[in-house]
Structure formats: structure tokens, C-alpha cells
Unconditional design. Structure first.
Length: 821
């Protein structure tokens, strides 16, 4: 049998795989698994008053217009007294714009409770987008149930009224709607997105592939690599090289511009194509086995990209706190064309101790394409995420030379694993980019220490990859070091010169940055002082099927120990991976005597890299399983293929559902309605304005903006009371931000003139309230006579602070503790 399982009877083997898959698919259909994909459409969660109890003569109507097709659920929040003698009935009805009842359901008031979320489920409405629906809330004569509402109308194109036409003392229900994603809807969105953003994808691949395409031919063993593996290593090498080019050009006083980057890109690819034409004449035609494996890999990468794009289909901004800081840094580097030494005119921070390798890539692409920043970062993160399976394939192939095991490792990372897909909900682009490089670095490190003599010259790719990772994310670089040490020990200290040469090259390329970081951090303790910072992230283990993957990995490691006892050479790598993970977690845990925990790296950051050794381990084990299976009887082989086909379909169904629904709603700080508000702010607010924004304690004592206000500085250049979190690099600014937010969070009543006067004393000229909100309640601000409402749309608000104070000072007990700014 050939290495990829296809011989003269390959079509029969494929039929057995297909049969197993069809049986699994049929079972899934019968069990209605996985469930339908539901996502939030309208999300009005503000409330400040309960409506009167509903009755036959007191029926409430709320109109709304869904943004998406596939309306499936409508949710309200109930309000009712706590009584034991409930006998009434409460009814929800939904009508479409043709006055047809879509759904109606009644509940006994005795079975409902105060502050209960009540969901009205309805048949999927395939054409609900931009059509008006009317939700009616009514009760019988003895009903005591009502619902929570908000005093301002925050539902775009919606209206709240009694059925007799009178207006209640509220303007919008607390209302959440959900839609069910359909196949046609998903495919149409993917097609539109790839049409609009496909240029970014092509440019990203060309940009990252350039350095590797020029450098890898200088490494003779690479000429005999599998083509897909070659491209995977090439992209990883490119991701590591561009930050180095930016860093060293900055050191000598140069800068990048859009035209110079295009010149390098076009000239470089001209050289690559000329060289490829020459090589193609010698190499001949690709064989059928290569074509089949590479075709499968391409389909897998397209699937990974599609799933990752669908996960962010409703977003206008990358999620979480990190995203706005990456936007700020990208803007700084676009403006300067070099590695930053400060934050320029955007932020009064005179030093730059962060890791800026990812931002060199982002700034390059932005200089070349002039993209809209939030969408650019959002899609760039998903492009990079979808490339990781290719690098996993390449790394696995380098140590096994087995396409089946390599495809399996890539598949696990692309579809069923929780990571790296979950990176989409964080906006952690720096660590994600470093993890794109790490599999290639691990594989090449292993090969220069354990491979044949022809690998001795591989020290320079290892040096460049490790140097690039250092500039992109020092945390991932630190996680790599124990593996290098263990791999060296596993090689019985052979090839020490190769590893030393790689280390020397990496140190030479990054030494100026080491010196800069040492100067920045003099006197700063490396131990962590934040409570819970180094807690083990048990929630990740409980997500999806992660625990089962870990269980099977443990079983696989036990088998590799048995193989090592029998002196099987292949067992050295999986055992080294297991020791690497164990050693790293122990070193980071802070529980070893004399090794305290550090803010540089924690258990959370280590666990979210675990998918790399996990996928590699499964790929190695499947490689060995395939070799073992070839020696078995045909009946056993067919049984294994039948089982594998069924398992593949199950993992596809589970993984696809998990990938598309991967986002954590708690991390979605900025809303599409915030984007429109930010555009209005940029066009209508003076450039010298200072904008107050909602904030919360993010990490320790660090405050971060809690809604779309986080994006005001990077997108408009206006100063805010809580800029992106790089403000912590200036102690004075950090104290000012902290003082303002501590005082604002304790403000008893924002509706008083004195509260507006206090804002003015801090230099605040405007207030931005995003959809997610925070301590600024727009209904309260609206009642303040010293504040003027300038903008109100879709739940986002902008107020102006009256520039002429005449109010008396705040009363005792309401006075903020600090005067800042």
C-alpha cells in the first residue's frame, strides 16, 4: 500500500471512508445535531423602569426592524410582584408587516418570576431583514406581569406605544432578538466578503510569502520538501522577517513608505517567479499523490478561512481591550514608517516598551492598501488564523514525511480544536502571529538537532524565526526556550554548534531591542502582583471537546512511553513535547521553590499555545497508526476506514458549529452602531476636544474603555479620558486616567449641573456613550441641563458639556476625590 493509502484499489478504500461519513451524517440528521446556529441581532439591554401590568385594555406594542434574515427568537425581561395567589395569564404575540401572526404563546403568571428572561420562539423568517415586526405584550384581567423598558428610544427604527396609540413613559423595551444563520445566507455573506476583502487576503499572502520565497532556496534541504510544507515554512519565515526588516531599518534612521514596500514586493516576487520558472524545468510534473494531498489541504484551508470569517460576520470592530491598542500602535507606525520610540502626537507617552513585530506587518499592509482600520485588523486576524493550519501541516511533515498525519494535524487546528479559533474573541493579534511562526520553529529546531547531516545548515532559519518571534511576542519566545533545551538534551548534546549558531544569530538580530527593554524595565519587578493573574484557566479545558482531546493525548503519550521503552526512535519527539508542556507549566506556575510567578508569562498564555503540541502529537500518532494499519488484514483496514470516515464527519459538524459560534459576547465591546457614531464624531467634533468615555477595571488597577469609546483616539485622533491601554507606559498619564475613572465610577448622579461642572474641570468637552455602555447612563445624562445631546442613533450617544459653568459646587458626599486632567 502506498504512503497515502491509495493503491490500485484506492477507489474502494475511498468508498469505505465515504460510507462511514454518510452513516455519521445520517445519524446527525436523525438526532438533529448539532443545533441550529443562533446569533444576536438587536441587543437592547438598557433598562430603567418597569411597565405597568398588562391587561386586555392595557396592551403594549414594540416595533422593531431586524438587521438580518432568519429571525428566530425574541427575548424580553419580565417584571412582576412576588405573590402566591397568581391566577393571570400573560401572552406574547409577534406580527409581521403584513399583519400576519408569526408566533403567539401564553404563560401562566404563576410560572413566571421577576427578572426572568422570556423567549418567544418562532419559525425561521427567511426574509426578515429590513421588515417591520410588532411585538405585543398583553394579559388577562388578573395578570400581574409586566416588562422592563428604557426611557430613551435606543431601538433604531423602533417605536413603543399602547394599542390605543398613547405613548408610555418609556421609549423602548429591554429587547434582544436572535436570528438563525442559513446556508444560503452564510454563502452569500462569504462571497460578498471575499469579493470586498479578497485583495487584503491576496496581499497578505504575497507579503508574508516574499521573504521566505527569497531565503528558503538558499537552504538546500528545502529544495526536496513537499510543496505545501515549503509554503508553510515560507510564510512563517516571512512573518518573522518583516519585523526584523522594520526594526533594523528604524535603527539606521530609515523609514518605510507605501511606494517602497510595493517596490520591494514587486521586485522580490519577480525574482521568485524567474527562479521558479527555472526550477520547474528541472523538477518535472507533480505526481498524483502530491496533487491529491495538496488539493485536500487547499480545501481544508478554505474551510478554515470560511469558518473564521463567519465567526466575525456581525462585527464592525475586533473584540476586547487589546484590539484598540493594536489599532493605536498601527496608526503610530503608519505615521512614522518605523518601529516606534514613542507614541507621537496621538498619546503623550515618551517610550515604547511593547512588542511591535505584528504591527510592522499590519502597518506595512495598511501603507500599501489604505484599509479602513477596524475592518482591516478584524480580517487580518482571521487571515493569519487560517494560515496556522498550513504551518502545522508543514511542521508535522518535516518530522514525519507523512502527508496523512500532517493533514490530520492541520485538520484538528482548522476545525475541531477550540484554539486558535478562540483568538478571534480577544483581538490578541501579537500572540496569534507569534504562534503562526512557532510550529515552524519547533520543527526546524528538532531537525537541526535530530535530523541528518544535511540539516546542520538549518541554524540560520532557526535563528531568524526565533528572532522574529522575540520581536512579535516575547512571551512566546520564552515558551519556546524550554523546548530548545529539551530537544538538545534529547539529541544527546549533538549539533551543539548548530544550536549555538542559531542562538548567536537570534541574539545579534535582537540585541539592540534587548538593550532597549532592559533600559525600559530597570527597577521593575518581574514577579506578578495581580491577584488571580496566574490562575489556571480551567474554563478552557471545559470548553467544547477540549477535555477529551487532552484525555486522548494523555493516552497517546502513555503509548509513546511504551514505544520508547521498546527503543522506537520515533517516540523521542512526542515524549519531548510532553516534557516541554509539563516543564513549562511547572516553571510558570510559581509553585516551584525559588521560581516565583511572573507578569511576563502566565498559565493562561501557556495554555492557549497548547494546541500546537497537541495537534503535532495527534499527527505523529496517526502517522504511526497508519503504518501499523498497513500490516493488518483487509477487514481490519476497512473497519478502521469506516470508523475514520464517521469520525471525520462528526468532527466536521462539531467543529464547524463551534467555530462559527466561538465568540464570547462579554468581549464584544464595540458595536456596529458605535462605528456610525464615531464617524459622526470625527466629522462634527473639534480636533481639540477631550471626550469622556465609559471605562472599567480591566487588569489589576488598569482601566480600559468599555465600549466603542476605546476607538476614538486611534480612529479620530481626539483625546479621551481613557485612551487605549498603552497609556500605562507613562506614569503621570496612568495616574490621571486612574484618578478620573475612580471618581467617575463613584459619581452618585450624572443628571446634576454640578456633575457637568466637574467634567468641565477635568478638561472634558464631550461625552461618548457606546451601545455597551458603562457608568455613563444616557438617560441620566439626558436630564442634565448642562449637557446637550448632539447624537443619538442605534443606542450610541454623544453629548456636549456646556462651556459656561454657573452651578454651585457639589454637595458633600458626592464630590469626586481627585481633580485630574
Amino acid at each position: 500500500m502506498q504512503d497515502n493509502g491509495r493503491g490500485r484499489h484506492g477507489w474502494k478504500h475511498g468508498t469505505v471512508w465515504l460510507l462511514g461519513g454518510l452513516l455519521a451524517l445520517a445519524a446527525a440528521v436523525l438526532l438533529r445535531w448539532p443545533p441550529a446556529i443562533l446569533a444576536v441581532d438587536l441587543n437592547q439591554t438598557r433598562l430603567d423602569r418597569a411597565m405597568p401590568a398588562f391587561s386586555p385594555t392595557h396592551t403594549l406594542q414594540q416595533t422593531f426592524v431586524p438587521r438580518q434574515d432568519g429571525l428566530r427568537e425574541v427575548e424580553i425581561l419580565l417584571a412582576k410582584p412576588d405573590r402566591d395567589d397568581e391566577t393571570g395569564t400573560f401572552t406574547l404575540s409577534l406580527w409581521d408587516d403584513t399583519q400576519t401572526v408569526v408566533a403567539r404563546e401564553s404563560w401562566s403568571a404563576a410560572n413566571l418570576s421577576h427578572n426572568q428572561s422570556l423567549v418567544l420562539r418562532l419559525p425561521r423568517q427567511p426574509h426578515s431583514a429590513n421588515h417591520t415586526y410588532t411585538l405585543t405584550l398583553q394579559g388577562d384581567e388578573t395578570n400581574t406581569v409586566s416588562a422592563w423598558a428604557y426611557s430613551l428610544n435606543v431601538i433604531e427604527r423602533g417605536q413603543l406605544q399602547w394599542t390605543d396609540g398613547s405613548r408610555p413613559d418609556a421609549a423602548a423595551l429591554r429587547l434582544v432578538t436572535r436570528y438563525q444563520l442559513g446556508w444560503g445566507q452564510a454563502l452569500a455573506w462569504l462571497g460578498q466578503t471575499l469579493w470586498q476583502e479578497g485583495g487584503l487576503l491576496v496581499l497578505t499572502v504575497a507579503f508574508l510569502g516574499l521573504p521566505g520565497g527569497l531565503l528558503l532556496p538558499l537552504f538546500p534541504p528545502a529544495r526536496r520538501w513537499d510543496r505545501a510544507a515549503w509554503w508553510g515554512i515560507s510564510l512563517a519565515l516571512g512573518a518573522a522577517t518583516w519585523p526584523l526588516l522594520w526594526f533594523w531599518l528604524s535603527l539606521v534612521g530609515g523609514r518605510w513608505r507605501g511606494w517602497s514596500l510595493w517596490l520591494v514586493l514587486l521586485a522580490g516576487w519577480g525574482v521568485i517567479l524567474l527562479r521558479a520558472r527555472h526550477v520547474a524545468r528541472k523538477s518535472g510534473v507533480q505526481n498524483k499523490r502530491d496533487a491529491a494531498a495538496h488539493g485536500t489541504l487547499i480545501l481544508l484551508l478554505l474551510l478554515a478561512l470560511s469558518l473564521r470569517l463567519l465567526a466575525v460576520r456581525d462585527l464592525a470592530f475586533p473584540p476586547w481591550v487589546d484590539a484598540s491598542r493594536h489599532a493605536l500602535i498601527t496608526e503610530v507606525m503608519v505615521a512614522g514608517g518605523r518601529f516606534p520610540t514613542n507614541y507621537g502626537a496621538l498619546l503623550p507617552v515618551a517610550r515604547a516598551p511593547y512588542h511591535y513585530g505584528f504591527h510592522a506587518i499590519a502597518a506595512s499592509l495598511d501603507l500599501m492598501g489604505g484599509w479602513t482600520l477596524p475592518a482591516f485588523l478584524l480580517y487580518l486576524g482571521q487571515w493569519l488564523n487560517s494560515i496556522i493550519p498550513l504551518v502545522i501541516y508543514a511542521a508535522t511533515w518535516l518530522v514525519t514525511r507523512h502527508r496523512g498525519g500532517s493533514l490530520a494535524a492541520a485538520f484538528l487546528v482548522a476545525v475541531p480544536f477550540f484554539f486558535p479559533a478562540y483568538y478571534a474573541t480577544w483581538g490578541r493579534f501579537t500572540q496569534l502571529t507569534a504562534l503562526l511562526i512557532l510550529p515552524a520553529l519547533l520543527a526546524l529546531t528538532w531537525q537541526i538537532l535530530r535530523g541528518g547531516r544535511h540539516w546542520r545548515g538549518g541554524w540560520w532559519p532557526v535563528g531568524m524565526l526565533s528572532a522574529g518571534i522575540f520581536l512579535i511576542h516575547i512571551r512566546v519566545f520564552l515558551l519556546y526556550l524550554p523546548f530548545a533545551a529539551l530537544a538538545w538534551l534529547a539529541s544527546h548534546a549533538r549539533r551543539t554548534r548548530s544550536l549555538a549558531a542559531a542562538a548567536l544569530l537570534a541574539l545579534t538580530l535582537t540585541l539592540p531591542r534587548w538593550i532597549q527593554l532592559w533600559q525600559f524595565n530597570q527597577g521593575k519587578q518581574l514577579t506578578s502582583a495581580i491577584a488571580g493573574y496566574n490562575a489556571f484557566p480551567i474554563g478552557y479545558v471545559q470548553a467544547g471537546w477540549e477535555r477529551w482531546f487532552l484525555v486522548f493525548a494523555g493516552i497517546g503519550l502513555l503509548y509513546t512511553f511504551y514505544a520508547a521503552w521498546r527503543r522506537r526512535p520515533w517516540a523521542a519527539l512526542p515524549i519531548t513535547l510532553g516534557l516541554w508542556v509539563t516543564t513549562t507549566l511547572l516553571l510558570i506556575s510559581g509553585r516551584l521553590p525559588g521560581i516565583p510567578s511572573s507578569w511576563l508569562v502566565n498559565l493562561n498564555s501557556a495554555y492557549i499555545t497548547l494546541f500546537i503540541p497537541l495537534a503535532w502529537l495527534f499527527g505523529l500518532l496517526l502517522w504511526r497508526a497508519a503504518r501499523w494499519l498497513r500490516r493488518q488484514r483487509p477487514a481490519a483496514q476497512n473497519a478502521a476506514r469506516l470508523l475514520a470516515g464517521g469520525l471525520l464527519v462528526v468532527l466536521l459538524l462539531f467543529g464547524g458549529h463551534q467555530q462559527i459560534t466561538i465568540l464570547n459576547e462579554q468581549t464584544l465591546l464595540a458595536n456596529p452602531a458605535d462605528a456610525a457614531a464615531l464617524q459622526w464624531l470625527d466629522a462634527n467634533i473639534p480636533a481639540t476636544a477631550k471626550v469622556a468615555v465609559n471605562s472599567w477595571r480591566w487588569l489589576g488597577s488598569t482601566w480600559a474603555a468599555s465600549d466603542g469609546g476605546a476607538w476614538i483616539l486611534p480612529l479620530t485622533g481626539r483625546q479621551t479620558t481613557t485612551p487605549p491601554v498603552d497609556y500605562i507606559y507613562d506614569p503621570t498619564l496612568a495616574r490621571q486616567v486612574s484618578a478620573f475613572n475612580e471618581s467617575a465610577a463613584q459619581m452618585a448622579d450624572w443628571s446634576t449641573p454640578a456633575a457637568a461642572d466637574w467634567l468641565r474641570q477635568q478638561g472634558v468637552t464631550h461625552i461618548f456613550v457606546g451601545v455597551k455602555g458603562g457608568f455613563f447612563n444616557p438617560a441620566t445624562l439626558r436630564r442634565n441641563p448642562r449637557l446637550t445631546l448632539l447624537y443619538s442613533q442605534g443606542g450610541a450617544f454623544i453629548f456636549a458639556v456646556d462651556p459656561n459653568p454657573v452651578s454651585p459646587p457639589l454637595k458633600s458626599g458626592a464630590t469626586p476625590r481627585n481633580r485630574v486632567f
